[in-house]
Design a binder for this molecule. Sequence first.
Ligand code: CAA
Length: 295
Amino acid sequence: MSASRVSQILFSRVSHAIRKPQHLITPVKYYSSQVNNYECIKTEIVGEKKNVGLITLNRPKALNALCEQLINDISHAVDHFNKDKSIGAIVITGSEKAFAAGADIKEMENKTYVSNLKHDFIGEWDKIGKSKKPLIAAVNGYALGGGNELAMLCDIIYAGDKARFSQPEIALGTIPGAGGTQRLTRVIGKSKAMEMVLSGNMITAEEAEKTGLVSKVFPSDKVIEEAVKLGEKIASHSQVVVLLAKQAVNSAYETTLQQGLQFENRLFHSTFSLTDRKEGMTAFLEKRPPKFTNE
Ligand code: CAA
């Protein structure tokens, strides 16, 4: 199912609830402030409670090759959704054929070492990975090179059953430059990462799930819908506790086990200063759903 179809369905659920006449429904209406301002992406707010940001890469002719404008657009949209208090999670997706076929080779062809250094080529990508709100990649089709690296910048990857992942930079006479030798190795281990990076071979969605690169595989027409559902579930929790949980899991990649356990313990203790922690436990004992205020 395409992203716009999903948003149509999700939006029609919302609009039905507020009795909006069907002929007035357009998938983008509820996010009119940003939706037309991007050159290479579409953004929408989706979910029954309108609490999930959906970013759809939109350079179909170039299979969503990640040109600088596209990365800047994603970075800006992620930043915008981070600032929007109603948003609890962000889904990034592409088209049925390609999540993204890598960094833009046409744009890279004439770059030099000095220009890369001066303009901090790839620097903007890091900002996407630093999103405070959870990022979920919904991958259909090709996630190659920078496409796989963009997916790995996200916290969770869901894949359609026809998705394909690879780091093909070696065939272009370069190496992965946005995490493909580092994040991939931490996630799937040295032997499998070496095999992908040195051969450039593609792996299937099924293999990606087996290695832990992808957390779940769905029929391709269901992957965005499932990612949005997951985003809605995450968004139903306290945003501040979700952030602490995300920081704790991420620290497992940066620290020794003892340092990580200590960090986790401190964050766990710190949740006891939150109204939401008290509300969560009280609601459980009173057998009612919690009402989190993100404090
Ligand atoms: N950059 C720029 N344009 C790209 C592109 C890319 N990464 N990938 C595809 N395109 C363009 C093609 O040039 C083509 O454009 P034209 O119609 O103007 O010729 C269009 O998208 C469609 O592509 P194909 O005709 O090649 O489609 P296909 O179905 O035959 O093949 C594919 C699909 C296997 C994905 C093939 O396009 C491909 O191999 N693409 C390149 C993948 C790649 O090497 N990615 C790594 C980039 S380097 C990188 O990402 C560095 C990093 O770590 C940051």
